[in-house]
Design a protein around this ligand. Structure first.
Ligand code: FE2
Ligand code: FE2
Length: 412
């Protein structure tokens, strides 16, 4: 079909005009953007060179608005049954957008609320005070804080992931469905976390910001694959787990910061942990609703995911210097008790209890097996974690210190 294009003399000018109109439309609020979409179709076709009908023939598709909406909706799914369930709980996602997510804009907290206002009189004193408080932070805490910041800054990767879950996607970027609105609302809240931690760390003057920025760029470039396989069930089990893990990590950094005298950082971490706590509840509610409709399906997925380790979102971090950066970072997080193997076991335990797996009735025999496996899992993990931690303590293993480019090469 494309070969016919030159014969139809589609003017370059009209294509450029349509690109310009598209870039304008991208900055319109949802309703205006839809109207602009209609205009865009008109602009793209210059009646003096090619009629709308000709243009549709060239491309092989109809461009009227309803037709385009229908075409943008996937109709072939890898998990049709799961999509049916996801569509059935869309009204709950709709409620969650209002009940769980914060209002946007002025009504919501913003990074600036926790940072010196550099436009105000006396900002130098405020910055000085921030730096004095941060001067007491240990390198251990700084490394874990930097790792958490880098994880948050890879947000584009997570929104991309969310959009792969079948039935939950946002095909236009402004799609007005509950799942698409949830995805954008969640992302907008998460976006504040990296912003706030980044600005805070910059102002402390304690870290090599360039090395941190290099790591963020590498991490986004490398991406990550948590094994969700486009399956919304897997996706929501993963996010149920991961939001809680992130909450634990931020809350523990907050506690350590307070102990080391940085009350500002402690407040920052607690605020972020509060967001993660709200998100955790939402994703766990989505999974609970799936369980109520398709317990067999969710248990099979949950069991399968737990047979492997849950992939942490920043596992592919790289500073261009250290090939074992993620391991070194997570070793320190474990050593100072920010995120440990015990936490991992406790998160599984929380999910098993939160979803009341023991009391689910009417399961297939395969799902029964998965349920039994999952109910025993926290205890098994806890024993393993305790054994390995005791072993390390008894042996008096002094961990070898590793240099971190994030801290100008200081060994931690
Ligand atoms: Fe976050
Ligand atoms: Fe989160």
């Amino acid at each position: 079909m494309l070969l016919g294009l030159s014969n139809k003399r589609v003017a370059l000018g009209t294509l450029l005009a349509s690109a310009a109109a598209a870039s304008v439309a991208a900055f319109q609020p949802a309703k205006q953007a839809q109207r602009a979409g209609v205009a865009l179709n008109m602009v793209a076709i210059d009646p003096s060179t090619v009629t709308k009908k000709d243009y549709e023939d060239i491309c092989g598709v109809s461009f009227d608005e309803q037709n385009m909406k229908d075409r943008l909706r996937s109709t072939k799914y890898l998990y049709p049954k799961h999509v049916e369930v996801i569509e059935d709980i869309a009204p709950i996602a709709d409620e969650m957008v209002d009940a769980v997510l914060l209002e946007t804009g002025d009504a919501s907290w913003q990074p600036q609320d926790f940072l010196p206002d550099l436009t105000k009189e006396g900002w130098e004193d405020e910055v000085k005070e921030l730096r004095e408080m941060a001067s007491g932070l240990s390198d251990d805490v700084l490394v874990v804080l930097i790792g958490d910041l880098i994880t948050e800054e890879a947000l584009p990767t997570y929104q991309t992931l969310l959009n792969t879950f079948e039935g939950c996607d946002d095909p236009t970027g402004t799609t007005d469905t509950p799942w698409a609105r949830w995805s954008r609302g969640w992302t907008s809240e998460e976006n504040r976390h990296g912003d706030l931690l980044n600005k805070y760390l910059y102002l402390t003057g304690r870290t090599d910001m360039r090395s941190i920025e290099v790591t963020i760029q590498h991490l986004i470039t490398n991406g990550f694959n948590p094994g969700a396989q486009k399956d919304p069930y897997r996706g929501f089990v993963y996010t149920s787990f991961q939001e809680r893990a992130t909450k634990v990590s931020h809350a523990n950094v907050g506690k350590l910061a307070r102990r080391e005298g940085d009350t500002r950082l402690s407040k920052i971490c607690n605020k972020i942990a509060g967001d993660e706590g709200r998100h955790e509840k939402a994703y766990q509610t989505f999974s609970e609703e799936i369980l109520a409709r398709d317990a067999d399906g969710l248990l099979m997925v949950f069991g399968d995911m737990m047979r492997g380790q849950i992939t942490m979102p920043a596992e592919n971090m790289c500073d261009g210097v250290n090939d074992h950066l993620y391991n070194d970072f997570s070793t320190i997080a474990q050593r100072i008790g920010v995120y440990t193997a015990i936490d991992y076991a406790e998160i599984i335990e929380h999910l098993v209890k939160r979803w009341d797996l023991e009391k689910i009735e009417g399961l297939s025999s395969a799902a029964e097996k998965e349920r039994d496996y999952l109910c025993r899992l926290p205890e098994r993990y806890r024993k393993l974690a305790e054994r390995s931690m005791n072993k390390a303590a008894k042996a008096g293993v002094e961990q070898e210190k590793k240099p971190f480019a994030w801290l100008h090469g200081r060994a931690v």
